[in-house]
Design a protein around this ligand. Structure first.
Ligand code: SAM
Length: 186
C-alpha cells in the first residue's frame, strides 16, 4: 500500500448501515473523502452499490491513487476479523471520547486502522467491539464531516499536501478558474 497510510500499512474505512435507496450519494462521498484524505481502503458493508462503486472507480481512474475496495461484507464479521488479525477499530460516534483527547494515542499505534462510520442507528455491537469510540464534537452531524476531520487529525494535516493523483495529472491551484495539466482525459 502506498500513500499517507504508510506508517500504519492500512487505514481502511468501513461504511455500515448503508441504505441502498437513500444513501448512495452520502456513501459515495464517504468513499471519496476516504481517498482524498489519505485512507487506502474503502469497505461497504451489507449490499453492494453499483452507483457508489462506479463513482469511486471513475475518480480513481480519472484522478489516480490506489485504493482497496470491497463491498457486500458482513460488518460484524469484518470488525472481528480485523481485530483478530492485529488491527484496531475506531468507531466514529458523537457519544465517544473527544477526538482531541485520544488522537495522539491512536496516531502513536502502528496497528492497521479500521475507521467505522454509520448511517442510521448504529448497533451496540460496534460500540462494544471498537478499540476507540471517537467523537468529532459531541454534536450530531455527518459521517462525511466526521471522517474528514478524523483523518485530518490522524495525519496532522499532511493529507492536504499529499497528491494521490497519477503522475502527470495535476490541478494547478488558481485563484479563479479551473486549470488541470497532464494525465488522461476524463
Ligand atoms: N443516530 C445514529 C447513531 O445512533 O449513532 C447516528 C447517525 S449519523 C447521521 C451517521 C454517522 O455519522 C454516525 O454513525 C457517525 O459515524 C457519524 N457522526 C455523526 N456525528 C458525529 C460526531 N459528532 N462525531 C463522530 N461521528 C459522528
Amino acid at each position: 500500500m502506498s500513500g499517507l497510510a504508510g506508517p500504519y500499512r492500512k487505514v481502511y474505512v468501513l461504511r455500515i448501515g448503508h441504505r441502498p435507496q437513500r444513501d448512495k450519494r452520502v456513501t459515495t462521498h464517504v468513499a471519496l473523502v476516504a481517498r482524498a484524505f489519505g485512507a487506502n481502503g474503502f469497505v461497504l458493508a451489507g449490499s453492494c452499490s453499483d452507483s457508489v462503486e462506479r463513482s469511486l472507480r471513475r475518480v480513481l481512474e480519472c484522478w489516480g491513487g490506489e485504493m482497496h475496495y470491497e463491498c457486500g461484507v458482513p460488518a460484524k464479521a469484518y470488525v472481528r476479523s480485523w481485530r483478530e488479525s492485529g488491527g484496531e477499530v475506531i468507531h466514529l460516534t458523537m457519544y465517544g471520547v473527544p477526538v482531541e483527547r485520544v488522537i495522539d494515542e491512536i496516531r502513536a499505534s502502528p496497528r492497521p486502522k479500521l475507521v467505522v462510520v454509520g448511517a442510521e442507528k448504529v448497533e451496540w455491537f460496534f460500540y462494544e467491539n471498537a478499540d476507540y469510540n471517537v467523537a468529532v464534537t459531541s454534536e450530531p452531524h455527518s459521517e462525511i464531516a466526521a471522517l474528514a476531520v478524523f483523518l485530518d487529525r490522524l495525519y496532522r494535516g499532511r493529507e492536504l499536501l499529499y497528491n494521490p493523483s497519477r503522475p502527470g495529472k495535476r490541478v494547478v491551484p488558481s485563484a479563479r478558474g479551473k486549470r488541470v495539466t497532464g494525465g488522461v482525459e476524463c
